[in-house]
Design a protein around this ligand. Sequence first.
Ligand SMILES: [Zn+2]
Length: 311
Amino acid sequence: MARYKKAYRPLSGMSLIEFQTKYGTEEACEQALFRHKWPKGYMCPRCGNKTYYKTISRRHSLLECQACGHQESPTNGTAFENSKLPLVKIFLACFFLAETKSSVSAVLLAQYISISVKTARNLLRKLRTIMIEADSHYKLSGNIVIDEGFFGAPKSGKRGRGSGKIKALFAVQYQPHKGHNIPMFLSVMKIPDFTGGTFKAFADEKITSGSVLLSDGFPTYNSLSKNYTVISTTDAPDDETSPLKLVHLFISNAKAMFQGTFHGLGAKRVQGYFSEFTYRFNRRDSKTPVVEHLLRSCVKEGYTNVPALCI
Ligand SMILES: [Zn+2]
């Protein structure tokens, strides 16, 4: 019985039914955006006043500052601004992207929420861009195991590092515990080549300086030794107790997800898929469901670099 319960537990504690009960109406979705946008209560972005009149515009509520008359809807400045889709559909797309372990394809999403495949593709692309942005605020630190992954079919029949496949660096922060290595956080970046400059750009962006980097001994990692402690391990790649096994597991899990859900990868959009993969993993142990994190990211990142969901 215990096994049955465990097998059917949702990924991060929120089932589709619970989600729909909570966010099944436009009003409920709008209230959620309000809470994420003003977690400490409404504050006018122009004058800082905290009181407002509420009116209903054609699609969304409009809040008018009682002091200066500035008008703003809860969707303004977020990734939801200008979207023609009902909020309930975008929220559901967030659910399927965040809470399904194997991700969701545009074709499936189109069926799930009754939109065209083209719209589903655009929506997923933008949500993944938000995940890339959200990812960019975090760095790994401490014990890190690092390795290269190869995705897609080789261009010229070559294998491994010299092939024309999509190349990526995988870095896993781990914690040794009673003879095991527990994965804590993950970072994945598509890279153009295996030069020292590329490795340095990855490490600068994703790993706190002073961390310990463990690798399989590929010489380019030594170029990082100025800011990191670089260790080459002689562990066999399939040694269960080796941290290398951990990073290899993530690489094969990513391959399985891409193979099963997307039937191969396009080089142009691949970073979005990597960031989706890491976004879910890095928030798996949070008490807040991953989808709530994504909704918050849609509000937060919408203010900065992510284009609005103009679909
Ligand atoms: Zn004001």
